[in-house]
Design a protein around this ligand. Structure first.
Ligand SMILES: O=C(CO)[C@@H](O)[C@H](O)COP(=O)(O)O
Length: 217
Protein backbone atom coordinates (compact mmCIF):
# COMPACT_ATOMS: atom_id res chain seq x y z
CA UNK A 1 0.00 0.00 0.00
CA UNK A 2 1.79 3.20 -1.07
CA UNK A 3 1.83 6.19 1.24
CA UNK A 4 0.07 9.34 0.09
CA UNK A 5 3.45 11.00 -0.41
CA UNK A 6 4.87 8.29 -2.64
CA UNK A 7 1.61 8.19 -4.60
CA UNK A 8 1.96 11.94 -5.15
CA UNK A 9 5.47 11.52 -6.43
CA UNK A 10 4.38 8.81 -8.82
CA UNK A 11 1.92 11.38 -10.11
CA UNK A 12 4.62 14.00 -10.36
CA UNK A 13 6.80 11.64 -12.36
CA UNK A 14 3.91 11.07 -14.77
CA UNK A 15 3.38 14.84 -15.06
CA UNK A 16 7.04 15.35 -15.92
CA UNK A 17 6.95 12.57 -18.48
CA UNK A 18 3.79 14.11 -19.98
CA UNK A 19 5.82 17.15 -21.11
CA UNK A 20 8.96 15.67 -22.71
CA UNK A 21 9.59 18.78 -24.83
CA UNK A 22 10.47 20.93 -21.81
CA UNK A 23 14.22 21.47 -21.43
CA UNK A 24 14.08 21.74 -17.66
CA UNK A 25 11.80 21.49 -14.68
CA UNK A 26 11.57 24.93 -13.06
CA UNK A 27 10.77 24.50 -9.35
CA UNK A 28 9.45 27.47 -7.39
CA UNK A 29 10.53 27.39 -3.74
CA UNK A 30 8.56 29.93 -1.67
CA UNK A 31 8.88 30.42 2.09
CA UNK A 32 5.89 32.62 3.10
CA UNK A 33 8.44 35.26 4.17
CA UNK A 34 10.22 36.60 1.09
CA UNK A 35 6.95 36.09 -0.77
CA UNK A 36 3.36 35.73 0.53
CA UNK A 37 3.07 32.11 -0.50
CA UNK A 38 4.40 28.74 0.61
CA UNK A 39 5.27 25.93 -1.75
CA UNK A 40 7.93 23.34 -1.04
CA UNK A 41 11.44 23.03 0.30
CA UNK A 42 14.61 20.98 0.26
CA UNK A 43 13.16 17.55 1.17
CA UNK A 44 10.67 17.76 -1.68
CA UNK A 45 13.33 18.93 -4.13
CA UNK A 46 15.42 15.90 -3.08
CA UNK A 47 12.41 13.70 -3.73
CA UNK A 48 11.86 15.31 -7.14
CA UNK A 49 15.54 14.72 -7.90
CA UNK A 50 15.02 11.04 -7.13
CA UNK A 51 12.20 10.63 -9.67
CA UNK A 52 13.59 12.53 -12.66
CA UNK A 53 16.85 12.99 -14.52
CA UNK A 54 15.52 16.17 -16.12
CA UNK A 55 17.45 19.39 -15.49
CA UNK A 56 16.23 20.94 -12.24
CA UNK A 57 16.11 24.73 -12.33
CA UNK A 58 15.42 25.86 -8.77
CA UNK A 59 14.03 29.36 -8.23
CA UNK A 60 14.44 30.28 -4.58
CA UNK A 61 11.93 32.89 -3.46
CA UNK A 62 13.17 32.73 0.11
CA UNK A 63 14.79 34.86 2.77
CA UNK A 64 18.37 33.95 3.67
CA UNK A 65 19.40 32.22 0.43
CA UNK A 66 23.02 32.50 1.67
CA UNK A 67 22.16 29.79 4.17
CA UNK A 68 19.90 27.54 2.09
CA UNK A 69 20.82 27.81 -1.59
CA UNK A 70 24.04 25.75 -1.44
CA UNK A 71 22.05 22.81 -0.08
CA UNK A 72 19.91 22.77 -3.23
CA UNK A 73 23.08 22.50 -5.28
CA UNK A 74 24.25 19.65 -3.06
CA UNK A 75 20.88 17.96 -3.61
CA UNK A 76 21.74 17.72 -7.31
CA UNK A 77 19.97 20.71 -8.86
CA UNK A 78 21.71 21.74 -12.06
CA UNK A 79 20.71 25.39 -11.63
CA UNK A 80 19.98 27.35 -8.46
CA UNK A 81 18.68 30.92 -8.63
CA UNK A 82 18.56 33.22 -5.61
CA UNK A 83 16.96 36.65 -5.33
CA UNK A 84 19.56 39.37 -5.07
CA UNK A 85 17.17 41.39 -2.87
CA UNK A 86 17.46 38.63 -0.25
CA UNK A 87 21.13 37.71 -0.53
CA UNK A 88 23.58 39.15 2.00
CA UNK A 89 26.68 38.19 -0.03
CA UNK A 90 25.66 37.42 -3.63
CA UNK A 91 29.21 36.96 -4.96
CA UNK A 92 30.15 34.50 -2.23
CA UNK A 93 26.85 32.70 -2.71
CA UNK A 94 27.26 32.42 -6.51
CA UNK A 95 30.77 30.99 -5.97
CA UNK A 96 29.45 28.46 -3.47
CA UNK A 97 26.81 27.30 -5.93
CA UNK A 98 29.35 26.86 -8.70
CA UNK A 99 31.77 25.05 -6.37
CA UNK A 100 28.96 22.56 -5.72
CA UNK A 101 28.48 21.99 -9.44
CA UNK A 102 25.34 24.06 -10.05
CA UNK A 103 24.79 26.95 -12.42
CA UNK A 104 24.42 30.13 -10.37
CA UNK A 105 21.41 32.32 -11.12
CA UNK A 106 20.50 35.75 -9.80
CA UNK A 107 16.84 36.86 -9.88
CA UNK A 108 15.49 40.40 -9.93
CA UNK A 109 11.99 41.40 -8.85
CA UNK A 110 10.17 43.78 -11.24
CA UNK A 111 11.25 46.91 -9.34
CA UNK A 112 14.90 45.88 -8.94
CA UNK A 113 17.21 47.42 -11.54
CA UNK A 114 19.93 45.35 -13.19
CA UNK A 115 22.63 48.05 -13.54
CA UNK A 116 23.91 47.87 -9.93
CA UNK A 117 24.74 44.20 -10.49
CA UNK A 118 26.59 44.51 -13.80
CA UNK A 119 29.93 43.77 -12.12
CA UNK A 120 28.56 40.46 -10.81
CA UNK A 121 27.88 38.99 -14.24
CA UNK A 122 31.23 37.19 -14.37
CA UNK A 123 30.17 35.25 -11.27
CA UNK A 124 26.84 34.18 -12.76
CA UNK A 125 25.46 31.64 -15.23
CA UNK A 126 21.99 33.15 -15.41
CA UNK A 127 20.08 36.34 -14.72
CA UNK A 128 16.35 35.91 -14.10
CA UNK A 129 14.17 38.94 -14.80
CA UNK A 130 10.82 38.47 -13.09
CA UNK A 131 7.94 39.80 -15.19
CA UNK A 132 5.40 39.42 -12.38
CA UNK A 133 5.74 40.04 -8.66
CA UNK A 134 7.09 36.75 -7.32
CA UNK A 135 4.67 34.64 -5.29
CA UNK A 136 1.96 33.35 -7.56
CA UNK A 137 1.45 31.81 -10.96
CA UNK A 138 -1.27 33.03 -13.30
CA UNK A 139 -0.52 36.76 -13.07
CA UNK A 140 -0.42 39.15 -16.03
CA UNK A 141 2.89 39.84 -17.74
CA UNK A 142 4.37 43.23 -16.74
CA UNK A 143 5.37 45.05 -19.93
CA UNK A 144 7.28 47.58 -17.87
CA UNK A 145 9.99 44.94 -17.38
CA UNK A 146 10.85 44.79 -21.09
CA UNK A 147 13.41 47.64 -20.97
CA UNK A 148 15.16 45.81 -18.13
CA UNK A 149 15.36 42.63 -20.22
CA UNK A 150 16.95 44.72 -23.01
CA UNK A 151 19.37 46.35 -20.59
CA UNK A 152 20.30 42.99 -19.06
CA UNK A 153 21.00 41.59 -22.55
CA UNK A 154 23.19 44.58 -23.32
CA UNK A 155 25.17 44.20 -20.08
CA UNK A 156 25.58 40.47 -20.67
CA UNK A 157 26.89 41.12 -24.19
CA UNK A 158 29.32 43.74 -22.87
CA UNK A 159 30.53 41.35 -20.18
CA UNK A 160 31.40 38.78 -22.85
CA UNK A 161 30.20 35.98 -20.60
CA UNK A 162 27.98 33.03 -21.40
CA UNK A 163 25.10 34.09 -19.16
CA UNK A 164 21.55 32.93 -19.83
CA UNK A 165 18.82 35.54 -19.56
CA UNK A 166 15.69 33.97 -18.17
CA UNK A 167 12.22 35.54 -18.06
CA UNK A 168 9.57 34.23 -15.68
CA UNK A 169 5.98 35.35 -15.15
CA UNK A 170 3.08 35.58 -17.56
CA UNK A 171 4.99 33.97 -20.42
CA UNK A 172 2.48 32.79 -23.03
CA UNK A 173 1.79 32.80 -26.77
CA UNK A 174 0.83 36.47 -26.34
CA UNK A 175 4.07 37.55 -24.65
CA UNK A 176 6.85 35.13 -25.61
CA UNK A 177 7.90 37.04 -28.74
CA UNK A 178 8.27 40.32 -26.83
CA UNK A 179 10.48 38.56 -24.27
CA UNK A 180 12.75 37.04 -26.91
CA UNK A 181 12.91 40.23 -29.01
CA UNK A 182 14.07 42.04 -25.84
CA UNK A 183 16.85 39.49 -25.36
CA UNK A 184 15.56 36.56 -23.30
CA UNK A 185 16.98 33.14 -24.15
CA UNK A 186 15.42 31.05 -21.38
CA UNK A 187 11.70 31.13 -20.73
CA UNK A 188 9.64 29.85 -17.83
CA UNK A 189 5.97 29.15 -18.50
CA UNK A 190 3.59 27.89 -15.84
CA UNK A 191 -0.11 28.43 -16.38
CA UNK A 192 0.21 28.78 -20.17
CA UNK A 193 1.51 25.20 -20.28
CA UNK A 194 -0.47 23.54 -17.52
CA UNK A 195 -3.79 25.09 -18.56
CA UNK A 196 -3.31 23.98 -22.17
CA UNK A 197 -5.24 21.00 -23.51
CA UNK A 198 -1.94 19.58 -24.69
CA UNK A 199 0.87 20.89 -22.44
CA UNK A 200 3.63 19.31 -24.50
CA UNK A 201 2.31 20.86 -27.71
CA UNK A 202 2.19 24.22 -25.92
CA UNK A 203 5.88 23.96 -25.02
CA UNK A 204 6.66 23.25 -28.66
CA UNK A 205 4.51 26.20 -29.79
CA UNK A 206 6.18 28.59 -27.33
CA UNK A 207 9.60 27.41 -28.50
CA UNK A 208 8.65 27.88 -32.17
CA UNK A 209 7.39 31.42 -31.50
CA UNK A 210 10.52 32.21 -29.48
CA UNK A 211 12.87 30.79 -32.12
CA UNK A 212 11.13 32.80 -34.85
CA UNK A 213 11.35 36.00 -32.76
CA UNK A 214 15.05 35.36 -32.11
CA UNK A 215 15.71 35.10 -35.86
CA UNK A 216 14.16 38.52 -36.42
CA UNK A 217 15.65 40.20 -33.33
O1 LIG B 1 7.95 32.34 -9.90
C1 LIG B 1 6.89 32.50 -10.38
C2 LIG B 1 5.85 33.27 -9.66
O2 LIG B 1 6.38 33.65 -8.44
C3 LIG B 1 6.63 31.94 -11.72
O3 LIG B 1 7.43 30.77 -11.94
C4 LIG B 1 5.24 31.65 -12.04
O4 LIG B 1 4.78 30.66 -11.15
C5 LIG B 1 5.08 31.25 -13.46
O5 LIG B 1 3.75 31.05 -13.65
P1 LIG B 1 2.95 31.75 -14.82
O6 LIG B 1 3.11 33.23 -14.62
O7 LIG B 1 3.60 31.29 -16.09
O8 LIG B 1 1.58 31.26 -14.62
Amino acid sequence: MPSILSADFANLQREIERIPSADALHVDVMDLHFVPNLTLGLPVVKAIRSVTAQMLDIHLMISDPDRWAPQYAEAGAESVTFHVEAAAAPVRLARELRERGARAGMALKPATPVEPYADLLGELDMVLVMTVEPGFGGQSFLDLCLPKIRRARQLISESGGDVWLQVDGGVSVETVERCVEAGADALVAGSAVFAADDPDAMVTRLRELGDAAARWA
